[in-house]
Write a protein that binds this ligand. Structure first.
Ligand SMILES: [Zn+2]
Length: 123
């Protein structure tokens, strides 16, 4: 049974409650973390506490900046998905490649690639 605090795993070390990801990082660094230092979960999964998923950031500001970048990346990916879906739907509704080329201003080989990408990402 895992003990969680704010979605983070908690363990007992010498009778003291500690966040597991911070404990793992302290063992790795061989020193105590400063209170302001933040251990960030790279893939966003707070329960994935492998060292390769953990990164020490100097403070809250750096952490916020990190998450801002991540949000931006997700937004970008979603807008690409929307674009791919439009082309995919048009193609599926029977629109010809010539019409697609005219409508989107991209070559038919790019259209083919986008349709393939959309199919792959939908899985
Ligand atoms: Zn984080």
């Amino acid at each position: 049974m895992k003990y969680l605090s704010n979605d983070y795993e908690v363990i007992q070390v010498d009778g003291k409650r500690m966040l597991l990801h911070r404990y793992i990082m302290e063992l790795h660094l061989g020193r105590k973390l400063q209170t302001k230092e933040i251990v960030h979960h790279i893939n966003g999964n707070k329960l994935s506490n492998g060292l390769s998923n953990l990164e020490v950031l100097t403070d809250v500001r750096e952490h916020q900046a990190k998450h801002r970048v991540l949000r931006e990346e997700i937004k970008q990916r979603n807008s690409w998905k929307t674009y791919d879906k439009k082309i995919y739907d048009d193609k599926n509704s029977g629109m010809s490649d010539i019409d697609l080329v005219t409508k989107y201003g991209i070559s038919s080989s790019v259209i083919t690639r986008i349709v393939e990408r959309y199919k792959t990402n939908e899985k």
